[in-house]
Design a protein around this ligand. Structure first.
Ligand code: 5RP
Length: 292
């Protein structure tokens, strides 16, 4: 039976303090439901508003590329320095300890290998499996101007519909075909289309000319892919310029895991992304960490 003798009466109702309703920190994301915002807050650090996603999903179309031969040895030691791991469900189940608390962005599209037409993708993971694996977001390739443009756009819109049902955001990854011009005009088109059709955030490439116009007219956050391996200073400059021009983070793979010192490199990238460190200072950090 409930003990009624010792119940203390609540006295302070703080009637003079209005309850605050805070705005959500992420661009264009204020109208989402609680679960969606909470998942996005596990990808983007609410303190800086930015993310360092470590991308190692490349095997889903190109097999064990350089640096990804052994995920357990090459990648798992980097996880403590990443906000988010972007990977396939096969690697998640086989190689990633469930005790790691990084948020997971699940590669959810696939089909063709590098031997075939890459734009011929389909949705390759059910929404149930993404939920089962505790994904914070699902990633889908979108080939604007590619041979299977509409198919890939509709893959994205289907994932957006499925994910919205359960509060899981969709990351649209703009994929550039071999013959396409990688310039701001193209990326304005590709990123804006993805956002208009429902993507919760968009991954694209940095361009030297006019990247700020790409971020400014995309109504949701943009993260940049690293692309091919560059000298460390150049990769840090690219990340720095992208952040200064409005990117909300990086989704970087080869420039981290193919670096001579991946653990030092990911920490240098973090300094640029989360602390606005300059590329030269971040390189100093890289050099200090790699020799310590
Ligand atoms: C593959 C991807 C990769 O995750 C992406 O390309 C990021 O890796 P990198 O920095 O090596 O380019 O989306 O399609």
């Amino acid at each position: 039976m409930a003990d009624l003798d010792d119940v203390q009466e609540t006295k302070n109702y703080y009637t003079d303090v209005p309850q605050e309703t805070e705005g959500f920190f992420l661009k264009g994301s204020n109208s989402y439901d609680w679960g969606m915002k909470n998942r996005l807050s596990r990808i983007f650090n609410p303190r800086s508003g930015k993310t360092v996603m470590l991308a190692f999903d490349h095997g889903y179309f190109q097999g064990p590329t350089t640096g990804l031969e052994r995920i357990d040895l090459n990648i798992v030691p980097l996880a403590p320095y990443a906000d988010t791991l972007m990977l396939t469900r096969g690697i998640l189940r086989s190689n990633i300890p469930p005790s790691l608390t990084n948020s997971i962005v699940m590669r959810a599209s696939g089909g063709p290998s590098i031997l075939k037409e890459l734009s011929n993708e389909d949705i390759a993971v059910s929404i149930e499996d993404s939920i089962r694996l505790n994904a914070a977001a699902m990633a889908v390739q979108v080939f604007i101007g590619g041979e299977n443009e509409s198919q890939s756009v509709l893959n994205m819109t289907k994932l957006v519909d499925q994910g919205t049902r359960y509060g899981i955001p969709t990351l649209a990854v703009t994929a550039v075909g071999k013959d396409m011009v990688r310039d701001a005009k193209y990326f304005r088109l590709a990123t804006r289309m993805c956002a208009e059709l429902g993507a919760h955030y968009v991954k694209t490439y940095y361009v030297e000319e006019g990247f700020d116009t790409v971020t400014s007219c995309c109504p949701v956050p943009i993260v940049i892919a690293g692309g091919k391996k560059l000298p460390e200073l150049d990769a840090l400059k690219m990340a720095y310029n992208a952040i200064q021009q409005g990117a909300a983070g990086v989704d970087m793979g080869r420039n981290i895991f193919q670096s001579e010192a991946p653990i030092a490199m990911i920490q240098a990238v973090r300094a640029v992304v989360h602390d606005n460190e300059t590329p030269d200072k971040a390189l100093d950090l890289y050099n200090t960490l790699r020799t310590s």
